[in-house]
Design a binder for this molecule. Structure first.
Ligand SMILES: [Zn+2]
Length: 249
């Protein structure tokens, strides 16, 4: 035993930066379900891809204050070879503290996973068919971002090249869609008000589509047959929402 070792504090075990998210764990159940939903909605070419989710526990903000929140890594031929039939095709790595933060909205989590899925793609052959390797496995590739730009350049020069124009148009489409949604929320708010329930529009925005349909149905029935639909017939989410003080007119 050297003097240095005797004097040294007991060394902490090396930290492990990644943790596999088990599909059967509490988090995993929801997260893999979200992954499946997004694949069915927007990434059907990945239906047969085996995609793992993992936490990253070590990412820190860089010198510009930017923090990596997610990453999509394609599993290479060597790892595929070592794990053979059990091998994943991609691993989506997520920054655990951000994901778990109670201030992180579900829409943000959804957009993050959707973003990482955009990096995962199938390699196509000359005829536009999915390419297979010599063992008959689908060949995957990673896709880069549509746009890489500094916001100060966008602010100085606007849509100065075609990828920025396309990105600007996409933002505009999203803005119009979200306006439509808010108009829809406001008209539901009015229907509920007519039926005697005052619900803030930001609460209506948090409801699921099913809940909004249920609330609209309730409001319509309440207007048609007020006597038969007393307070106990109010859907529970609507009862609690209306009890909250109204913050948005
Ligand atoms: Zn990305």
């Amino acid at each position: 035993v050297s003097r240095r070792r005797m004097g040294a504090k007991p060394k902490k075990a090396k930290r492990v930066a990644y943790r596999f998210i088990e599909p059967t764990s509490d988090d995993g159940g929801h997260m893999y379900a979200l992954l499946r939903t997004l694949i069915e909605q927007h990434h059907t070419e990945l239906r047969n891809a085996k995609i793992a989710l993992a936490w990253n526990l070590a990412w820190k903000a860089d010198v510009d204050g930017r923090l990596t929140l997610g990453m999509c890594r394609r599993v290479g031929d060597l790892e595929r070879e070592l794990h053979d039939l059990d091998s994943f095709d991609f691993v989506i790595i997520l920054h655990e503290p951000t994901w778990r933060d109670p201030l992180t909205p579900d829409l943000f989590r959804r957009a993050l996973v959707d973003h990482e899925l955009c990096h995962a793609s199938v390699k196509l052959d000359m005829r536009g068919e999915p390419e297979q390797d010599e063992r008959g496995r689908v060949v995957y590739r990673t896709r880069k971002h549509d746009l890489e730009e500094f916001s100060c350049i966008a602010s100085r020069y606007g849509c100065w090249k075609s990828d920025i124009t396309a990105f600007g148009q996409a933002l505009e489409r999203a803005r119009l869609r979200s306006n439509d949604r808010w108009v829809g929320y406001r008209s539901l708010q009015q229907e509920l008000r007519d039926a005697g329930r005052s619900v803030p529009v930001d609460v209506i925005a948090e409801w699921t589509d099913d809940q909004r349909r249920e609330a609209a149905t309730w409001a319509a029935l309440r207007m048609d047959m007020p006597a038969r639909f007393r307070d106990e017939a109010v859907p529970p989410f609507l009862a609690t929402a209306a009890a909250r003080p109204e913050t948005v007119a």
